[in-house]
Design a protein around this ligand. Structure first.
Ligand code: GLY
Length: 583
């Protein structure tokens, strides 16, 4: 008999399938746990490997990952399959046209590494393509069309994972995604909602209407989406490895399509794309070891800085008002350094050692006024102009296998449906990750993130990211956690870490459902999830000078897997994901 928790994600899938409406699945599950657990557990227990756990943003991806484990694959194999399936069933978040980071732990030798598959800027990139002579951004240049796309890293990353860490053949690992792309799948409510929200982009985009719309309209839930061209590209990748994507017919098609859409790609940009294995950021927090993403993701460093500051305080519950004040101030300081110092270390010198030093954190902690918020202009100088509207995207999954191998992966094409370009007949939807570069000191990006010269664009450089796949190792076991959501990823993962460490008995769903707030230094507001914080909570923070801004909707689609010291595994998905969370 398998441990009950092993079946957490497939059980979720079965319940979703039975309920037919993801938005209700979570409440329904709680109400009907006993009955459904029996049905689902019986189905799942017969086929699942024990002591493994997978959580992803889509039940078909989770299911495919479990099948790979059953076939004798390890967590790294499963990670390849999950990435490929998500590229088909959640194409608006991540895919072959995007990039991301895989954080790995190999049980046999305890090797921990971050596979950096972040997009690279093409050789021909120049700031003058994105701002006019006065330095004013050209509308949408970083967000739409060919100029918005960086050279994709996900296909190279999948090949790298399979060849260096996996046990099964790439062809086997990609087979489920190929079948789903070729034969189709019924879109869920989340897909239908995202397509509705982004219908203008899909109508005006290149090849997007014919692939993702139903006769020019957003497809309804249940619509059978077939992507035969994407299936053929996946086949090419399965057959020829990297060359199947970065060279030959697919590579040529990518270059011509991007350039026809205003971009400046060359064939060599694709062939020179480099996967880089980087040591992750590793630090301690109150006895636990945290392992997270290294630059060009800001995630690990900003988490380390924020948690180092919090070590100087008693934080029993990050949501009690006194602690929330300190957490907000710590985030403010962490994000301040993000915007001042962080960028791709292959191009700029980042004082990483100093930033994550506990002594530096003490001085930062000492600058926190326990009774009052530190205003942005006190911290940074003069206030800034208005920001562009916000949008959220990306996907995360967490895998732990029976041997204790782990993968935390956060992958993205940036804003939903990226830059609205599907390259020729490849079925590959391209990213708009160039928007993650800084266009100038006072020019926020889509996430209203500011940056400095450290994150200015340059040929072959990787834009600064917030994607933060993270391991938390403590006396209880190991947690693999991450989320989509741009800059909010960092505060979400911070809460995930704090909430996990506050539990004596792990309750993943409690961690994932807890209310969220967010601060990123600028704009100088604390975003809060709607209907989540009491009037007295809000009054208490406002009395300390914080400006609170309820968001339009809850955010995040966090995915967590946990394995206890005794080897029992469990997984959980953020219920917000079923309800259009993350938007
Ligand atoms: N594109 C979102 C991020 O990398 O943070």
């Amino acid at each position: 008999m398998l441990p009950d928790q092993v079946s957490a994600s497939p059980r979720t899938w079965i319940i979703q399938a039975l309920s037919g409406w993801h938005g209700r699945a979570y409440k329904w599950r709680r109400a009907c746990t006993l009955v459904l657990t029996c049905i689902a557990f019986t189905a799942a227990a017969a086929e699942l490997p024990s002591r493994a756990a997978i959580a992803s943003a889509h039940p078909l991806a989770t299911e495919a990952g479990y099948r790979v484990l059953e076939q004798g694959g390890n967590a790294f194999d499963a990670a390849v399959t999950i990435a490929a399936v998500l590229a088909v069933v959640e194409p608006y978040s991540a895919g072959l046209g995007g990039g991301g980071f895989w954080l790995l732990h190999r049980a046999v030798d305890r090797k921990q590494v971050m596979v950096d598959a972040r997009e690279m800027a093409p050789a021909g990139i120049a700031l003058s393509q994105y701002v006019d002579e006065q330095g004013v951004p050209v509308p949408n240049a970083t967000l739409r069309g060919g100029k918005a796309a960086g050279i994709p890293g996900v296909p190279a990353g999948m090949v790298h994972l399979a060849q260096r860490y996996g046990k099964l053949k790439l062809r086997v690992l990609l087979a489920p995604a190929i079948a789903l792309a070729r034969d189709g799948f019924n879109i869920d409510s989340r897909f239908a909602n995202v397509a509705r929200v982004r219908q203008a982009l899909l109508r005006d985009g290149i090849n997007t209407a014919r692939i993702f719309l139903d006769n020019g309209n957003p497809p309804a839930q249940g619509y059978l989406l077939r992507q035969p061209e994407l299936a053929a590209t996946l086949e090419a990748l399965a057959e020829h490895g990297r060359d199947g994507f970065y060279r030959g017919a697919v590579g040529q098609s990518l270059v011509s399509a991007v350039n026809a859409a205003g971009g400046v790609w060359r064939a060599a940009d694709l062939t020179n794309y480099k996967i880089i294995e980087r040591p992750p950021v590793r630090f301690s927090y109150r006895g636990a070891t945290i392992v997270s993403a290294a630059l060009p993701s800001s995630g690990g460093i900003t988490l380390a800085q924020t948690l180092n500051i919090l070590e100087d305080y008693r934080i029993a519950d990050a949501r009690d008002p006194a602690s929330a004040h300190v957490v907000i101030e710590a985030l403010r300081r962490g994000f301040q350094d993000r915007l001042r110092y962080l960028g791709d270390t292959d191009f700029v010198v980042v004082p990483i050692g100093r930033l994550v030093d506990k002594k530096y954190a003490h001085s930062r902690a000492a600058s926190i006024n326990p009774d009052f918020a530190t205003p942005f202009d006190t911290l940074m100088g003069s206030p800034l102009a208005a920001a562009k509207p916000e949008s959220y995207n990306t996907t995360h999954y967490s895998v732990i296998d029976a041997d204790g191998n782990r993968v935390g992966a956060t992958l993205s094409i940036n804003a939903w449906f990226g830059g609205g370009v599907v390259a020729g007949n490849t079925g590959v939807l391209l990213n708009n990750e160039i928007d993650d570069f800084s266009l100038g000191p006072n020019l926020p990006n889509i996430y209203r993130l500011l940056g400095s010269k450290a994150n200015e664009m340059a040929p072959h450089k990787r834009p600064l990211s917030s994607m933060s796949p993270t391991f938390v190792e403590d006396d209880k076991g190991v947690l693999v956690i991450g989320a989509p959501g741009g800059s909010r990823i960092i505060s979400m993962v911070l809460f995930g870490i704090l909430d996990y460490l506050s539990q004596t008995k792990v309750d993943l769903l409690k961690i994932l459902t807890a209310p969220r707030y967010h601060h990123q230094c600028w704009p100088d507001v604390v975003e809060i999830e709607p209907d989540s914080f009491s009037d007295s909570w809000r009054a208490s923070l406002e009395a300390k000078g914080h400006t609170l801004k309820p968001a339009n909707r809850k955010w995040g689609n966090m995915q967590a897997a946990f394995k206890s010291k005794t080897g029992e595994a469990q997984a959980a998905s953020d219920p917000r994901g079923f309800d259009m969370g993350g938007y």
